[in-house]
Design a protein around this ligand. Structure first.
Ligand code: ZN
Length: 167
């Protein structure tokens, strides 16, 4: 496994619409493993393939329950909405309030090509929406309601915060 370099805002790959994965190969599975390692090394809760320079529809999420890989993810239903603070591994040092659907039903293939349909809510739903935006060239700073100023007098909580929310 290998830790990959995370692309930062300004890189054109973050603005492209990513291509659907046609066939899940050994190479795809290696990429997924490398993305998981990269996400853990950066202490994020999610990572999308464009964030490692690849314009493919693959996202990785781990909100603390173990990693989930989603190939060609699609939100097929949603309900309610919620405003909360987000950060992004591709936009270091910035956070903002973003309105997201509270509950989403997502359809995807796993790393073996098996189809899944999952109803998600809360942080998992938010993380999936954030990562899916990456596949469409959208960054949270494009859609945030306002910049969030984190408390600078308490460094510890800022760090914990970033670990929990950055994707
Ligand atoms: Zn992000």
């Amino acid at each position: 496994m290998a830790v990959m370099e995370i692309t930062k805002i300004g890189h054109e790959v973050l603005r492209k619409k990513a291509e659907p994965v046609q066939k899940i190969t050994k190479k795809t599975q290696t990429l997924i493993r490398d993305m998981i390692e990269t996400m853990y090394a950066a202490e994020g809760v999610g990572l999308a393939a464009p964030q490692v320079g690849l314009s493919e529809r693959i996202i990785i999420i781990d909100i603390g329950d173990g990693p989930i890989a989603m190939v060609n993810p699609e939100i097929i239903a949603h309900e309610g909405s919620e405003i909360d603070v987000e950060g992004c591994l591709s936009i270091p040092g910035r956070h903002g309030y973003v309105k997201r659907w509270l509950e989403t039903t997502v359809q995807f293939l796993d790393e073996k090509g098996k189809p899944h349909r999952m109803v998600t809510n809360g942080l998992l739903s938010r993380a999936i929406q954030h990562e899916l935006d990456h596949l469409n060239g959208v960054l949270f700073v494009d859609i945030m309601l306002e910049e969030a100023k984190l408390r600078s007098e308490d460094e510890t909580s800022d760090e914990e915060y970033q670990q929990q929310e950055s994707g």
